[in-house]
Design a protein around this ligand. Sequence first.
Ligand code: C2O
Ligand code: CU
Ligand code: CU
Length: 500
Amino acid sequence: MLTRRNLLRLGVVAGGAALIPAAASIRSLGVRAEETGHVLGHGATAGHAMGHGSGTAVAARLNAPAVAPFSVPLPLPATLAPTSVLPDADVYALTTQQATAALLPGLPAPVLTYGGTFVGPTIRAKVGRKVIITHTNALTEETAVHLHGAHVAAAHDGFPTDVIPPGQSRTYEYPNQQLSATLWYHDHAHHREAEHVYRGLHGFYLLEDPAERRLRLPRGGYDIPIMLTDARFAEDGSLVFVPDDSGNRTTLLANGRPAPYLEVARRKYRLRLLNASNMRVYQLELGQNQQMVQIAGDGGLLPAPVPTTGIPLTPGERAEIVVDFSSYPQGTQLVLNDTLSGLPVLRFDVGQTAPDHSAVPSVLRPETTLPAATNVRDVEFAYDFALGWFTINGKLFDPNRVDATIQHGTTEIWRITNSTVPIGVPHNLHVHLVQFRVLDRDGVAVGPAERGLKDTVSVAPGETVRVQATFTGHLGKYVFHCHALDHSSMGMMAVFEVVP
Ligand code: C2O
Ligand code: CU
Ligand code: CU
């Protein structure tokens, strides 16, 4: 259990920012000076790669060397090959292990990995066909593997205390009896998930429905998963993890590389964006307000495509967009920016025209009518000044306490309130087992981009968000939590149990 002493030891008591040692704040100031450079640099001419001006040299010495944006290509995570193929299931094996990765070019450093790469291999699953995966833990710490967004039995969900001890293996079964979606797998070990995920225990799990081929959305090499994370690096290129230290994680990574570039053909692409950062909230914008078409959220396709110029993404959330690069002349460099930090995420370099038989139909996944809810539950995010930490309904996580008992098969409305107004901290809510529908924010029906199924929803300070879910298919204990993983690791998590 977390005690106030533990929290103090970690330097994360109330007003944590004020307690950051002087050295750290100098470092962060230095980094900020560099960032301003990046912003000015790419804002002035799209695609201008910055050199290291003399003004940033000091900052570089205090932290990892500055990397000129768009100097490395965007890598695509490899697809994991099954170890065997059964009539109704694909069987996989993955080892959780330490490895070396040069996240910053030329600076190889230790990371944690699924199978050896900072972004784990992509698992491609099909609706209705099982995935059976054996994870071997070759670390010296406990792990637990969770498939985020999946509808799986409690024993296979990676409950925080249901761990894989060091040196042991565990087999997880995923039925894939749910609608297609961009899911992701990541660590969920009790109190350790924040550091584990930050250091590299994350990968894509793309659940596809062959029946959706008829929609003719871009696929194959034109369907690209992009994992967004942020990091703080030491001078030697190694990751620095300090809990609740988000202000110092000032390097943005796309698939594990700092502001990379991607060469694209002049045609449509499907881009699957995942915010796998522990704490960072993004507001993504393409070029100078260029149009993107959002086609999916956490739980898969939206009812209809949504043209947009800005994609908000809180930790754990996914947004899939289609960008038609044929509307830009060859040679165009389009930067995907995070307008909240002013930092570039990725640059698309538009190349030659390629044949394009893809489409974005006006109907993607028709909305279904919601069953009537039989229970309303309140979930309150608050800051406990005595405890010095964020709570859910006034409590810190206790894996042995059941906070919500839910009748199997029932539909509930959860009214989520973020009361951390005095300190103004945004949170979000992620619920295991289910995909929910977001009803409204402060009584106002949500916009079209939030009308699909979701498993993670942002809740701004002072805001009340209502979501509705049906708890069916499995019994047992699951968690719900804030997906700012530094928060959940420190106790911003609770347990619900589905009972017969
Ligand atoms: Cu993505 Cu409980 O987690
Ligand atoms: Cu989850
Ligand atoms: Cu939080």
